[in-house]
Structures are given as structure tokens and as C-alpha cells.
Design a binder for this molecule. Structure first.
Ligand SMILES: [Zn+2]
Length: 78
């Protein structure tokens, strides 16, 4: 039973790290876009998830894409 618990714990750690890496990849992508928008003088609205830090462009997603959070957890970034 302890062995099973440890296996489960490892899986959760691996899952948390891979989710965090996905969010970081997304952030890098958005920084590049924000920079090109700034240079091109375009306006993009961003919404950030208060749970995982996921950032959405132009629309509030129905759900957190990393955790199962509610739409209300997204706040506009000014
Ligand atoms: Zn989220």
C-alpha cells in the first residue's frame, strides 16, 4: 500500500511539473506576441487565470486549461 502511495505521489509530481512546463512554454509564446503587437501598435486583451497563471488572448476561456477551474477565475490584464 505504501509502495502504491509512493507511485501515485510520483505521478502527481510529474504531472505538476509537466503542467508547469506547458504554462511556461505558453508564457514565452505570449511574450513574443506581446512584443510584436507593441512594435506593430496592435492592442490585444489578455486574461490571466488566478489558479495556474495561464494567459488567454482576446477571450475568457470557459475553463482553466490546466486545472478544472471556473471561468470567473480569469481576470483581465491591463
Ligand atoms: Zn488556470
Amino acid at each position: 500500500m505504501i509502495k502504491e502511495a509512493n507511485e501515485e505521489g510520483k505521478k502527481n509530481i510529474v504531472k505538476a511539473f509537466s503542467q508547469s512546463r506547458d504554462v511556461e512554454d505558453r508564457h514565452a509564446e505570449l511574450y513574443k506576441k506581446a512584443l510584436s503587437d507593441m512594435l506593430a501598435d496592435r492592442q490585444t486583451d489578455y486574461y490571466v487565470c488566478q489558479i495556474c497563471g495561464y494567459i488567454s488572448e482576446d477571450e475568457v476561456p470557459d475553463n482553466c486549461l490546466v486545472w478544472d477551474a471556473l471561468k470567473g477565475k480569469f481576470k483581465p490584464v491591463k
